[in-house]
Write a protein that binds this ligand. Structure first.
Ligand code: GLN
Length: 191
C-alpha cells in the first residue's frame, strides 16, 4: 500500500510520520509529475486552504486530483483538506476539489475558541481531537455518513471512499482515524 500526501503547505510531515508508525509507505506530492506515481490513496493535510487551492490550481494539480478522486481514489482530508473537498463553503468562493456533498463553514469557532482540544466519539470510539482554526460541516447530503459531532456540529464525515475530519489526528498519537482511512483504502484496493 502506498499513500500520496499533498505536500504544498501545512502539516503533511505529521501525516507521513503517522503512516510510518502504522507501517505504511507514503510519498509527497509537490508538483504534477509526482502525481503520476502509483498510489492507493491520498491525504490532504491541514494548513491554509486558500493557499493550498491557489497552489493546486497554479501547479495544474487541481483537475488531476479531482479526476482521480471522482474515479474512486480514497482520500482523507483534515481541516484545510476538508475545506478543499467540500462542494460548498459558506464563507469562501475559491475554486476547490469540491467532490464531497457537504457544506462547510471556515474558521467556524471564531478567534477566541479557534484552537481547542477535546475527547469525543469518532465512529463509535472515544478519541482525542485537536482543533486549530477549524471549520465544521453545517450540512450533509444523504450519501454522507456523519462520524463525529462535537457540541452539535459535524466534525467528521465519510462519503464512499472520501473521509474528512475538522480536527487533526496527525498531531496526536491516537491512530484510530488513520486506521479507519487505511481500512477504506484496503477495501478499495483491487489487486
Ligand atoms: N483555517 C484554515 C483554513 O481555512 C484551516 C485550519 C487548519 O487546517 N488547521 O484553511
Amino acid at each position: 500500500m502506498r499513500i500520496a500526501v499533498l505536500a504544498l503547505q501545512g502539516a503533511f510531515a505529521e501525516h507521513r510520520k503517522m503512516l510510518q508508525t502504522l507501517g505504511v509507505e507514503s510519498f509527497e506530492v509537490r508538483q504534477a509529475v509526482d502525481w503520476e506515481q502509483p498510489k492507493d490513496g491520498l491525504i490532504l493535510p491541514g494548513g491554509e486552504s486558500t493557499v493550498q487551492s491557489k497552489l493546486l490550481k497554479e501547479l495544474y494539480l487541481l483537475d488531476a486530483l479531482r479526476q482521480d478522486i471522482c474515479n474512486g481514489l480514497p482520500v482523507f482530508g483534515t481541516c484545510a483538506g476538508l475545506i478543499l473537498l467540500a462542494q460548498h463553503v459558506e464563507n469562501d468562493v475559491r475554486e476547490r476539489l469540491g467532490t464531497m456533498h457537504i457544506t462547510v463553514k471556515r474558521n467556524a469557532y471564531g478567534r477566541q475558541t479557534g484552537s481547542f482540544f477535546t475527547e469525543d466519539n469518532f465512529a463509535g470510539q472515544t478519541i482525542p481531537m485537536s482543533f486549530i482554526r477549524a471549520p465544521y460541516i453545517s450540512e450533509v447530503e444523504n450519501d454522507v455518513e456523519v462520524l463525529s459531532t462535537v457540541d452539535g456540529h459535524i466534525v467528521a464525515a465519510q462519503q464512499g471512499c472520501q473521509l474528512v475530519t475538522a480536527f487533526h489526528p496527525e498531531l496526536l498519537t491516537d491512530t484510530t482515524v488513520h486506521r479507519h482511512f487505511l481500512s477504506i483504502v484496503k477495501e478499495t484496493k483491487i489487486d
